[in-house]
Design a protein around this ligand. Structure first.
Ligand SMILES: [Zn+2]
Length: 128
């Protein structure tokens, strides 16, 4: 594993960041959130006795200001920062050749029918 791309800083989406950092992953975060994760990784390690204690302060954190594209030579996956009403620095994932986007906490397909009127979260996904 090389990278852990975090959609946003809320704990239900970033709770495992320390475990990935302990495995040597580069942490990829959205604009304005790297300092939060630096503080998280510098905090004392007290919660998971199954993981070896490590100093995670030196973890590489990449803060994406607009977009970052990752490639393994055959497939590209992009992480895009979008303005939205849910969280600062929120990113969505996009697999370009498959035309599949991955968004968290902005829209949950199937949870409810699409609203008659465009909501701020859906507008963020459309880039409005
Ligand atoms: Zn959230």
């Amino acid at each position: 594993m090389k990278y852990l791309v975090l959609s946003h800083h809320h704990m239900d989406h970033a709770g495992g960041v320390r475990a990935f950092a302990a495995q040597g992953a580069t942490i990829v975060t959205g604009k304005g959130t790297a300092e939060h994760f630096r503080r998280v990784l510098a905090a004392p390690f007290t919660r998971n006795p199954d993981l070896p204690s490590r100093d995670l302060k030196g973890t590489t954190i990449v803060e994406v200001t607009e977009r970052q594209v990752f490639s393994d030579g055959t497939r590209e996956v992009g992480a895009y920062v979008i303005d939205n009403p849910h969280s600062n620095g929120l990113m969505i994932g996009f697999v370009s050749d498959a035309r599949i986007a991955y968004a968290t906490d902005i829209w949950s397909p199937g949870a409810a029918p699409l609203p008659e009127k465009l909501t701020p979260p859906l507008a963020a996904l459309e880039g409005r």
